[in-house]
Design a binder for this molecule. Structure first.
Ligand code: FE
Ligand code: FE
Length: 389
């Protein structure tokens, strides 16, 4: 008979501590697999993320690990107690013997759980130690109440969901997260102040859609290129926050606040919304992170000295999935997964070709950026560029 551990929890979000516990349970409990059981409505606390998001994050974290399974038995609205999950679990895994995995802090109340007798007769228990909890007395009591319990000799983890949520609220990439989970969180703004209602009111629905597309693409690129993922998501979300303002208001604000000296920028909404956007991100959205503000400020024409995070936003703006097709877009999309400097260079080159074909002159600030980025190109970048031209 197959022996499966059952790890119920809020998973808000799932992290490396849960994974390590499941691996340890496999080893100590002689289990064939561990079923992760996210509880949609945890009995004793509110979850910060929705049941759907927590379930999706679990699926992302467990993907590719054939000994870790995911159950939706805790996902029903009526399910609140462990006993309620037993029947659906038995249906889902009819041929398995189930071992419930629980922390030593839960032992003392175990005999008083709802339908405890039924639980004791139908499954085993595997208990992991908790810091500061001495399980001995509770263990004896639970055993004499009829529970079959084995103890895990030791288990500890430096990760906690509470800490991860705090770090995430400050736009840090919290350690202890699976990269796919981290990307999902960033792409959906989980565990962060929700800036979207405000942002939505500042722009057209189409612009808002574009914004979400840029966030998705920026997260993808940041993950590929090892950049801070939450910062990329935040900069992308706010990059066009000034785009809904009219030029007159933007130039007045820009002059008052000395956001730029350039008359060319002051007279063009297409350029001016970038420095004004960085100003609004700081004043209206309370963003203090200079890396994020720079990425917003330089997203239209870049700048000499621009960082990789700035390049990430610059490129994501040009390649997001909702962009209407333009000549060279397909190749640019392929390029940005390989090299951000090469992609920035190519993007500016495409703009220059387009501008010159229509008989206008190329913006001098963009030319400065091109010259700067050209100096960063490696031999490999140059080959990549030659291939797409
Ligand atoms: Fe823009
Ligand atoms: Fe944009």
């Amino acid at each position: 008979m197959q022996k499966l551990g059952v790890l119920g929890g809020t998973f808000d979000p799932i992290h490396e501590g849960h994974m390590a516990l499941a691996r340890e349970a496999l080893r100590c409990g002689g289990l064939d697999g561990v079923v992760f059981l996210p509880m949609a409505r945890p009995a004793h606390r509110e979850a910060a993320a929705s049941a759907e998001d927590r379930m999706k994050m679990c699926a992302l974290a467990l993907a590719g690990n054939h000994r870790f399974l995911l159950s939706s038995a805790g996902g029903k609205a009526y399910v609140q107690y462990t006993a309620d999950t037993l029947l659906p679990l038995k249906k889902e895994f009819p041929r398995a013997a189930l071992t419930l995995i629980l922390g030593a802090d839960k032992l003392a109340t175990l005999p008083y759980w709802r339908d405890a007798d039924k639980l004791f007769s139908q499954c085993d228990f595997l208990c992991f130690p908790r810091p500061g909890v001495s399980p001995d007395a509770a263990l004896e009591k639970a055993k004499s109440a009829g529970a079959r319990i084995a103890m895990m000799p030791e288990f500890s983890t430096p990760y906690s969901a509470t800490l991860i949520r705090t770090q995430t609220a400050q736009y840090q990439d919290a350690p202890g997260l699976n990269k796919r989970v981290l990307c999902y969180m960033a792409e959906n703004g989980l565990y962060q102040p929700d800036l979207t209602p405000r942002l939505r009111s500042m722009m057209s629905p189409k612009r808002f859609q574009h914004t979400l597309g840029v966030r998705k693409e920026a997260v993808r690129l940041a993950a590929i290129h090892g950049l801070p993922i939450q910062k990329a998501a935040l900069a992308a979300l706010l990059h066009d926050c000034a785009k809904g303002m009219n030029l007159k208001d933007m130039s007045r604000l820009a002059r008052e606040q000395h956001l730029t000296e350039s008359e060319a920028v002051l007279s063009s909404g297409a350029l001016l919304h970038a420095p004004v956007g960085a100003y609004l991100a700081k004043k209206e959205f309370g963003i203090r992170d200079e890396e994020v503000l720079s990425a917003i400020r330089s997203h239209t024409v870049g700048r000499p000295g621009m960082s990789l995070l700035e390049m990430c936003i610059f490129v994501a703006d040009a390649t997001e999935e909702g962009r209407e097709d333009y000549p060279g877009l397909k190749e640019l999309r392929a390029l940005c997964g390989q090299s951000l400097p090469a992609a920035v260079y190519r993007s500016l080159e495409l703009t220059r070709e387009y501008v010159e074909e229509t008989g206008r002159t190329f913006d001098p600030a963009s030319l400065d950026t091109m010259n700067y980025v050209e100096g960063l190109l490696t031999q490999k970048d140059k080959r990549l560029l030659a291939d797409v031209r």
